[in-house]
Design a protein around this ligand. Structure first.
Ligand SMILES: *Cc1c(COP(=O)(O)O)cnc(C)c1O
Length: 353
């Protein structure tokens, strides 16, 4: 029945998210969710809005959450944009700020949603190869472009780019918007949000899905100078006036307010990651240095698909990308210490078989 599709729909290659299997007792290390629950304060905030006001539309401008984020990050009025998950925020960014005649640049190995948005919005793009060590080299971005986007830390490699290098990118490309997608920044990187007042071409994107344990609520945000945010608001208000529901707005404020809980979760995950890296290194794996809540690793002899299948047989799922340069790598999310132990036990069996 695809004769009903528009010409555009015929051309699309949609993003394929990591699977969410409906199986109990699975050790799920495939989509970089946080292994720890949200803050208790988040549950209380959700309970406090669970009343008759659900019949009313939520605040179309998400003002209370914007103010909370502004204060938290030391920003000014009009420097925060909020959307239904950072994927929606990114979609608006692609349409509002990255669609130009000159090609958009992003790394060859990166978040696989970027080329999907380019397909959806008809954006011309060019990929820039990471170095052999999977690093972003700002010198490689000295090409005519209509914008630059990359995750920091990068996905799925986990490698982080230092603020100095980001400054170089911003200064070399004053006429392009440089978007830093910081989905994993809280697990070890330094946020570029500190550069917002200095660079009119910088936009920083963050999400509640990873470090704030709220992938299920869909909250993402962008931070930049007000002329960039205004462009995003124009697209948002031409698409959906109410992307954020009352529950998400209340939870979003509460999660930021519980800094101590947040710090504790991030510390635990970083500690578990260090243990996992040590184990992998001792067991014949090469590990890309990670500042994220996952590691990107390949075994010196064993085949990645084979390892993934054997893990699956033991009810542990990890992510494999069948893509050039990385098809021998596995991306493994950091779980609880208990999940990590199960992973290490299973990998021991596999490499010593
Ligand atoms: C997970 C992820 C996102 C999407 O996050 P949501 O807020 O859940 O939509 C965006 N960018 C990168 C690099 C991610 O890994």
């Amino acid at each position: 029945m695809s004769q009903f599709w528009s010409d555009l729909v015929h051309t699309l290659t949609p993003y394929v998210p990591g699977e969410q299997p409906k199986v109990d007792n699975l050790v799920k290390l495939n989509t970089n969710e946080n292994p720890y629950p949200p803050s208790q304060k988040v549950y209380e905030a959700i309970a406090s809005v669970n009343d008759e006001r659900l019949r009313l539309y939520p605040d179309p401008n998400s003002d209370a959450l914007k103010t909370t984020l502004q204060n938290h990050y030391g920003l000014k009025e009009g420097q925060v944009f909020i959307g239904n998950g950072s994927d929606e925020v990114l979609a608006h960014i692609f349409m509002a700020l990255l669609k130009h005649d000159k090609p958009l640049l992003f790394p060859d190995i990166t978040y696989s949603f970027y080329p999907v948005y380019c397909g959806l919005y008809g954006i011309n793009y060019q990929t820039v190869p990471l170095t052999k060590q999977f690093e972003i080299d700002p010198a490689d971005y000295r090409i005519e472009n209509g914008g630059i986007i990359f995750p920091n830390p990068n996905a799925p490699t986990g490698r982080v780019l230092a603020l100095d290098a980001i400054r170089t990118l911003l200064e070399n490309n004053p006429n392009s918007v440089v978007v830093v997608d910081e989905a994993y920044i809280d697990f070890g990187g330094e946020s570029a949000v500190s550069l917002v007042q200095d660079y009119p071409n910088l936009l920083v994107v963050q999400t509640y899905s990873k470090s704030r344990s709220l992938a299920g609520l869909r909250i993402g945000y962008a931070m930049g100078q007000s002329h960039l945010i205004e462009g995003l608001e124009r697209v948002k208000n031409s698409f959906n006036s109410y992307p954020m529901d009352r529950v998400a707005l209340a939870a979003g404020v509460a999660a930021i307010e519980d800094q101590a809980y947040f710090d504790g979760c991030c510390e635990k995950i970083i500690h578990t990651r260090e243990n996992l890296v040590e184990f992998l290194t001792k067991n014949g794996f090469e590990v890309v240095p990670s500042a994220a809540n996952f590691v990107f690793t390949k075994h010196k002899h064993l085949d990645a698909v084979d390892i993934a299948q054997q893990l699956r047989d033991k009810a542990i799922i990890v992510r494999h990308f069948k893509l050039p340069r990385i098809d021998q790598y596995l991306r493994i999310s950091i779980g609880t210490d208990q999940e990590n132990q199960a992973l290490c036990d299973a990998l021991s069996d596999i490499v010593n078989a």
